[in-house]
Design a protein around this ligand. Sequence first.
Ligand SMILES: NC(=O)c1ccc[n+]([C@@H]2O[C@H](COP(=O)([O-])OP(=O)(O)OC[C@H]3O[C@@H](n4cnc5c(N)ncnc54)[C@H](OP(=O)(O)O)[C@@H]3O)[C@@H](O)[C@H]2O)c1
Length: 301
Amino acid sequence: MKRITVFGGSGFLGRSIVLKLAAGGAAVRVAVRHPGRASHLEGAAGGGTIELMRADVWDEKSVARAVRDSGSVINTVGHYVEKSGATFDAVHGQGALHVARQAGEAGVRRLIHISGLGADPSSDSPYVRARGIGEVLVREAFVDATILRPSVIFGPEDAFFNRLSDMARLAPVLPLFGRGLTRLQPVFVGDVAQACARALADPETAGKVYELGGPGVYTYADLLRLVIERTGRKRLLLPVPFFVWEGMAALMAILPNPPLSRDQVKLMKGDNVVGATAMGLAELGIAPASVEDILPTYVNA
Ligand SMILES: NC(=O)c1ccc[n+]([C@@H]2O[C@H](COP(=O)([O-])OP(=O)(O)OC[C@H]3O[C@@H](n4cnc5c(N)ncnc54)[C@H](OP(=O)(O)O)[C@@H]3O)[C@@H](O)[C@H]2O)c1
């Protein structure tokens, strides 16, 4: 099998994709800014091979080097908080364009672009807007790109449930975003990785968009209750109006690594669930794992 280059292969989702493809015997190249952070992957290649390469999606020459001699490319680069030059547009917009354009110029056969549920070029959220613009730019540069839009992704090492369970262990009262009624459809990281592998293996998925959600839709309060139950604590859920969260996020913005951004607060105002008519995991032949199946493997008392 020809080489598969995974941009962002050292990240939470990227690691899972890299290990799945390598376990299936693929030659995988991990393209990231800090290859040292991914060195542990080299020894876990299973039946395939894993090589690390330095690349920054904002530096198009480094992208060109990373896609050379690749049959397929997966772009799973992302970040959640803007920092100096690493704006959402630089990473999710122009950075995504650089990957798609260089993949096209190098004669790469398949491109999988990881976006996010709700991506919308006209959104008033800078993150969601950059994701939407990124999809448009990717499609223009590589018309047959397969776009995967996951909902919130969970699994051991996730940011979402691990952060909530840390809070549940420490704090007697847990704050809700508003009344905690925002609906989410968490999807297991292994299922998103499997979706990438299936999309690469099936040429029929070229040029299509898939929305990836798990088998259940939950309110934020439901998910918090599940975490509290797993940690074996008794905790109070406290509704906190969005304007209070916005104020806190504005204050945190001065920190070098703010735990919460204004954009994240904005995202929690709207539901994040798969559209009624969207293609998803079922069309890729995947029966998704539920939160109830997986959470006990890494969140415990
Ligand atoms: N996690 C979720 O719940 C979720 C939900 C929906 C969509 N998504 C999307 O899924 C993708 C993966 O998310 P994740 O949670 O796995 O993110 P993550 O853990 O933060 O990983 C991001 C990866 O991108 C790399 N990266 C960041 N900036 C880069 C740049 N300029 N050039 C090259 N590589 C760069 C990072 O490595 P270096 O820092 O070493 O470069 C890292 O490997 C993202 O596009 C995200 O928006 C995630």
